[in-house]
Structures are given as C-alpha cells and as structure tokens.
Design a protein around this ligand. Structure first.
Ligand SMILES: Nc1ncnc2c1ncn2[C@@H]1O[C@H](COP(=O)(O)OP(=O)(O)O)[C@@H](O)[C@H]1O
Ligand SMILES: [Mg+2]
Length: 282
C-alpha cells in the first residue's frame, strides 16, 4: 500500500537536548495513525518536522512524496493542520474566519456552508468568535483545517481540554473525514481516544518509538485473555486464564449455581503503555 508519510531514523536535537532519537515509521494511505506519548515526549516536534516547520537534525522524512528538507509550498494545498497554536480572529464571525481561509484555497460558498454544517456550526455563521465555547472553537479550527479537502490531516492533540461529549463528536467527524479519503496523523496522550480512533498507534517514550501496531494487536500481544468470576458467598473476584481446564471449572460452577458474576477483562492501552515504558501517560 502507498506510504503517505515515511520517517527513517529521524533525530532532532535542540541545542544539547536530544528530543527524537532515530524515529522510524510509515503511515499508509487512508490510515488514522496515532502518535501516543506523555507530555514532553516529542509529539509536537514530530508534527513540526512533518509539516516542515522545523528541520530534523538528521534522518529522512518524506510527506506525500516530498522531502521535508526541501520544502515545497505547493504541498500545503494538500495537507490540513490543527495544532494548539492554530489561531482564530476573535473579533470576526465564524463565517468570516472560515471564509478568509476558504478564499485562499478557492473553496466555494456552498462547500464552506456544508463544512460548517458538518462540524455543527451551521447555525452560528454570524456568531463572533469571542462568544464561542472551547468545543465550538475547536470545531471551527477543524472546519478550517479541512476546507482545502486535504489528502493528509495533521492533528496535534485535537481533543485535549474538551468535554468527553464534545470529544466524541469530534471523533465521529474525524472518522467521517477519514472514510471520505483523508489520511489522518494525530498525536494524543489520551489512550481511550487512541484506542477508539486509530487504525495503528505508535508509543513514543524518551525520544524513541517503543511499540507500533493496531490497538487490537497490542492488546493480544501484551495480555492474556482473562476471565474474572465471583462465586456465591465469596467477596473476592477470581481471575482465570482462558483455557479448557478453567472452562470446565466455570461450567461446573454454573451447573451447581455457585457462579454469581462473570466477565472478561480487557487491558486498556494505558495499561499496555505502562507495561512497555514503565511510565504513565499523563
Ligand atoms: N524549540 C525548542 N527548543 C528547545 N527545546 C524544545 C523546543 N521545542 C521542544 N523542545 C523540547 O522538546 C521536548 C519535546 O517537546 P514536544 O515535542 O513539544 O513534546 P510533546 O508534544 O510530546 O508534549 C520537550 O522537552 C521540550 O521542552
Ligand atoms: Mg505537544
């Protein structure tokens, strides 16, 4: 499958501080790829390299067949970026903010109106930015990031500091944008988000990528399937590995009506990150 992003042994050193140490990964066309790591891990640095805002100290980075060292501005028309320094004009309306960007990339009025509908701001065209909630502002920034119908969308912690319900809406929207053909590269320290949204995730810790796979495969790799049960008259839960012998035991407890509760336990991506790195995500 086609690689939209290739990073090969990328290093980034700021003065004497090595932030990225030989990062390598590829992002395939139409993937939602998540870079997961605690604060200070180097996530924003990676996005800045991929969007040519800073250059690597060494290594190779290719985005949409363009080498980031020899940055070609034309690539900007093919990507969208949402980062925490994406600003809006506070005294303009929602519509005027979007139009400023839409006009640059030749978006027509109908398309801009459609996008506002899709991010749930269809009724707020005339609202001044100052009056928007945080979640609404974030949705406007997302609208702006996709106004040029990007092939590749970069999102730096798109839902941090948003309510879970608003984060959910953004997730739905991102899935939809992805299903219409946009490859998405996002960073997050939210493991639930990574698990739900991403086809593959990479764990970034101390400047290196320590794991990279689908959430499902990571769960299979780092944990045995476990069943937890509680028997009548006992307070404590018992954890059992899924195997034939334990299946027989459980069957007999069911037949003798001793089994009070049963459920299977799935580790979270946070558990796995902790296991792999010894570090919590926050
Ligand atoms: N321009 C810079 N100069 C010096 N150090 C920097 C610069 N940008 C980032 N850093 C350092 O690099 C590390 C990684 O930062 P960053 O990529 O922003 O992490 P994250 O986005 O994962 O929280 C941090 O320790 C940060 O202080
Ligand atoms: Mg960051």
């Amino acid at each position: 499958m086609e690689n939209i992003i290739i990073m090969k042994e990328v290093k980034k050193i700021f003065k004497d501080k090595e932030v990225l140490n030989n990062i390598s990964f590829e992002v395939k066309k139409n993937e939602i790829f998540g870079l997961l790591g605690p604060s200070g891990a180097g996530k924003t640095t990676t996005i800045k390299i991929l969007t040519s805002q800073i250059i690597p100290t060494s290594g190779q980075a290719i985005v949409l067949d363009n080498d980031v060292y020899s940055f070609d501005r034309r690539i900007l028309s093919r990507v969208g970026i949402l980062s925490d320094n994406s600003g809006v004009y506070e005294r303009l309306t929602v519509w005027d903010n979007l139009k400023l960007f839409g006009d640059i990339c030749g978006a027509d009025k109908k398309f801009m109106e459609d996008i506002l509908e899709r991010v749930g701001l269809g009724n707020d065209k005339r609202t001044i930015i100052k009056k928007l909630s945080k979640g609404m502002k974030q949705r406007l920034l997302l609208a702006r990031a996709i106004i040029n119908k990007p092939e590749l969308l970069f999102l730096d912690e798109p839902t941090s500091s948003l309510d879970p319900s608003i984060a959910n809406e953004i997730h739905k929207l991102l899935k939809e944008i992805n299903s219409q053909g946009t490859t998405i590269f996002l960073t997050t320290h939210d493991m639930v988000e990574a698990d739900k949204l991403c086809d593959r995730i990479a764990f970034l810790n101390n400047g290196t990528i320590v794991e990279i796979d689908s959430p499902e495969n990571l769960k299979l790799k780092y944990s045995k399937p476990v069943i937890q049960i509680r028997l009548r008259g006992y307070d404590k839960r018992i954890s059992l590995i899924k195997n034939a012998e334990n299946a027989e035991k459980i069957k007999s407890w069911i037949l003798s009506d001793e089994l009070e509760a049963i459920h299977s336990y799935e580790p979270s991506i946070e558990d796995i990150f902790l296991k792999v790195t010894g570090r919590k995500l926050k």
